[in-house]
Design a protein around this ligand. Structure first.
Ligand code: NAD
Length: 364
């Protein structure tokens, strides 16, 4: 029986994970699901956003289903106690170095995008972001008094951008292998014209590419990639990049599809164990109001079935059901448009469950 650690977290995390669990239960698969606190909820109960018991549960599980963490109420805490540290800690302790963020524009939601429908219709790109290196983790970092630079003697802050060869090699392999299952094109995004770290990135990706002659490789500077994503997004297939550029570009790609509430993500280790979560945060502005779109989390559960649990058929059933619900015209507020039916978080969950179990989808 596969073990799933369920970590709903804060804000809308609780509501959307509940709907994903209902969908998983409706599939009637042999899954053992155990829930634990994480983020601000864990800090309030145990004084730490990632308590040892939660980390142990996540380590022992085959996969982690994660909601979201964070609330502006915790912004006054020291950095290591803030809810968002939980997700960084899980990535680090579980060795989750490859973040998959598909950006798929559902035909039914084409008009929710801020771009012209013809630019996004049929969009299907995959952003692969390196997740455990780069300037987010590089040491040293901190604050000090400047000894040189433009203002010697002034207070300054600094971070360290770094990537080692094995870190770049393994994410490049992940990208080329993913491209083989898609349209065989990888765009490696860097800033090699300015940064030493990303000249090295470009060199190593080019070397790894020699093992994948059947996959096309292009290199693109990050500023151009940001532009091309809104100019001609369908030209991309797989995009691979570092932690910081990937953080920004994957949010940009999310908006091409209309709503961040639709986008799942997977963060995988070297053995396909993964943490699955929606691409959005805990949305404190709408938490507890039955307004959140649960589909990104439901689709994250589908990714979990596909990538870690090898249950492709069950994953297909979830994805087909989500399409059916959209085709029936049901929309949460974030993706609602004239002529469709507005529903809340729970009703959206009901509709997906109904589609999975073969019941008629109702619009109430
Ligand atoms: P956010 O993604 O939570 O929200 C941004 C906007 O999108 C808000 O207007 C929100 O209402 C809306 N939104 C997000 N998800 C939605 C959904 N499922 N359905 C409908 N609307 C949705 O980002 P933020 O407001 O910048 O951050 C809020 C908190 O979340 C912060 O504490 C931040 O640190 C945290 N955060 C956590 C994660 C994570 O847990 N992985 C990721 C990003 C942000």
């Amino acid at each position: 029986m596969a073990k799933i650690a369920v970590l709903p977290g804060d804000g809308i995390g609780v509501e959307i994970v509940e709907q994903a669990l209902r969908v998983l239960r409706a599939l009637d698969l042999p899954l053992e699901m155990q829930t634990a606190l994480v983020g601000g909820a864990a800090y309030e109960a145990h004084g730490h956003p990632l308590p040892d018991s939660t980390l142990a549960l996540a380590k022992a599980a085959d996969a982690v289903l994660f909601g979201a963490v964070g609330d502006f109420d915790f912004d006054h805490l020291e950095r290591h106690l803030r809810p968002e540290q939980a997700i960084l800690g899980l990535r680090k302790h579980l060795g989750l170095f490859a973040n998959f963020r598909p950006a798929l524009c559902y035909e039914q939601l084409m008009h929710a995008s801020s771009l012209k429908p013809e630019l996004v219709a049929g969009l299907d790109i995959l952003i692969i972001r390196e997740l455990t290196g780069d300037i987010y983790f590089g040491q040293p970092r901190g604050r000090r008094t400047a000894v040189d630079g433009h203002f010697p003697g002034a207070e300054e802050a600094f971070d360290t951008m770094r990537y080692s060869r094995p870190e770049i090699e393994r994410i490049a392999h992940v990208a080329f292998q993913a491209a083989r299952k898609r349209n065989r094109k990888v765009t490696s995004v860097d800033k090699a014209n300015v940064l030493e770290t990303f000249q090295f990135w470009k060199d190593v990706v080019t070397e790894v590419h020699a093992q994948y002659p059947d996959v096309e490789l292009e290199h693109m500077y990050v500023d151009n990639a940001a532009m091309q994503l809104v100019r001609a997004p369908k030209k991309f297939d797989v995009v691979v990049t570092g932690n910081m550029f990937g953080d920004i570009l994957s949010d940009e790609a999310a908006m091409l599809t209309g709503s961040i509430g639709m986008l799942p993500s997977a963060s995988l280790d070297a053995h396909n164990k993964g943490l699955y979560e929606p691409s959005h945060g805990s949305a404190p502005d709408i938490a507890g109001q039955d307004l959140a779109n649960p589909l990104a989390t439901i689709l994250s559960a589908a990714m979990m079935l596909r990538f870690t649990l090898q249950q492709a058929e069950a994953a297909d059933r979830i994805e087909r059901s989500v399409r059916a619900v959209l085709s029936a015209g049901l929309r949460t507020a974030d993706i609602w448009s004239e002529g469709t039916t507005k529903v809340g978080t729970r009703a959206m969950g009901d509709a997906v469950v109904a589609a999975i179990t073969g019941k008629t989808i109702t619009k109430s």
